[in-house]
Write a protein that binds this ligand. Structure first.
Ligand SMILES: C[S@@+](CC[C@H](N)C(=O)[O-])C[C@H]1O[C@@H](n2cnc3c(N)ncnc32)[C@H](O)[C@@H]1O
Length: 182
């Protein structure tokens, strides 16, 4: 993926399903948000204009540096985006347990998602958009049974599922976008 973030005040690269999730929640201006992993920031500037405060996390320090540079170009209601460089397979940011809305977009790791759901506070929302069925991420995507296990203690506000087609495997992996509420 490209490291350079292109300034886009019309937010054309923002995930449409994320926009739908924010619409469902309604007024977020008193809420806190966590975008992990943030990548090149295509969603974080949109989120920063809806939420009171925002934390962005990624393993890649180049992405995190770009967030700082680009935040000057946007007229952010949230002011400064707090950032953190972390390996999400090894540790979660401290905000996981306190923030009101968490977004995990185009990243899938079963243990990570399970831990986030476990740690997030009651009432918090979790928007998840897995990678799609193409490319090397496909084999990591969950089965229907794994999705059911993952979501057993949360309410599903909406979910959009797509079954990945594979000629040589009887196991059906699922790519999905959803909004959860604990
Ligand atoms: C496909 S990008 C998605 C970024 C962003 N959410 C988006 O939708 O544009 C995946 C991101 O995950 C980050 N990443 C991969 N493994 C990670 C890990 N173990 N801990 C933290 N970030 C990780 C990469 O650096 C990359 O920025």
């Amino acid at each position: 993926m490209r490291v350079e973030h292109q300034f886009d005040p019309e937010y054309r690269f923002v995930s449409p399903a994320l926009k739908k999730a924010i619409q469902k929640i309604g007024d977020c201006k008193e809420l806190s948000c966590l975008d992990m992993p943030v990548g090149n920031g295509r969603n974080v500037f949109y989120l920063a204009n809806h939420f009171k405060n925002i934390t962005a996390v990624d393993l890649n320090n180049k992405f995190i540096n770009n967030i700082h540079t680009d935040s000057l170009k946007y007229n952010l209601k949230a002011g400064v985006i707090k950032t953190s460089i972390l390996n999400l397979e090894k540790e979660l940011p401290i905000e996981t347990a306190s923030c009101d809305f968490i977004a995990t977009i185009h990243y899938f790791d079963y243990s990570f998602l399970s831990l986030v759901i476990d740690q997030m506070k009651k009432g918090a929302y979790f928007f998840i958009e897995t990678p799609n069925c193409n490319g090397g991420n496909f084999f990591k995507l969950p089965t229907e049974q794994e999705i059911n296990n993952l979501f057993k203690n949360v309410a599903v506000v909406f979910i959009d599922k797509h079954s990945c087609k594979s000629n040589n495997s009887p196991i059906k992996n699922i790519s999905f976008k959803c909004l959860l509420n604990k």
